[in-house]
Unconditional design. Sequence first.
Length: 207
Amino acid sequence: MDDRTRALIALSSALARGARGEWRGKLTEALEFCTPVEVEETLLQSYLFIGYPTVLQAFAIWRELQPEPASVEGDSQAQSWRQRGEAVCTTIYGGQYEQLRENVIRLHPDLEQWMLNEGYGKVLARPGLDLLTRELCIIAVLASQDAPQQLYSHLRGALQAGSTPSEVDEVVLSVVRSLPSERAQEARQLWAELRARKTTEKETSPI
């Protein structure tokens, strides 16, 4: 794994942990290895998982380092969000894509629309950062939360997007060092279970 990816993963983990005292340092470090666009895309995608308030605060620090936005996609792509979302979601979930949609529709039909249009189409399909790096950063974010099903799905999604098991190993090991013991153990266990299931090709139902 290169220093660029490691820096974005470290930034994602700090954001998810609410470690505000680390944010400026992680942003500054990311600028040593990443383009401003890649840093901004990492910040932008985080709102899906940690909410607007935290991301707005992070962007306030980022603007002190980079006064102008590095890239703005805008609403001109809105008509293609559904198509983009379906393509990205299919890549991440593979043969479980239709089961995922059915599971989310059962929770609420609008959530399925928002997941594909907003989550995968508007945000995760944006240019500026490749899908594999996005998935590795999402692992760092979700490992800090009480979201085992979603973490499992994106651990699997990173593999679907082209990650090697050793790269996911590195992400999990680097992130859990900063987590409470219970949360760290959960992340390690989920990854161990996924590796075992991939060996036997037995998968859990996605959501």
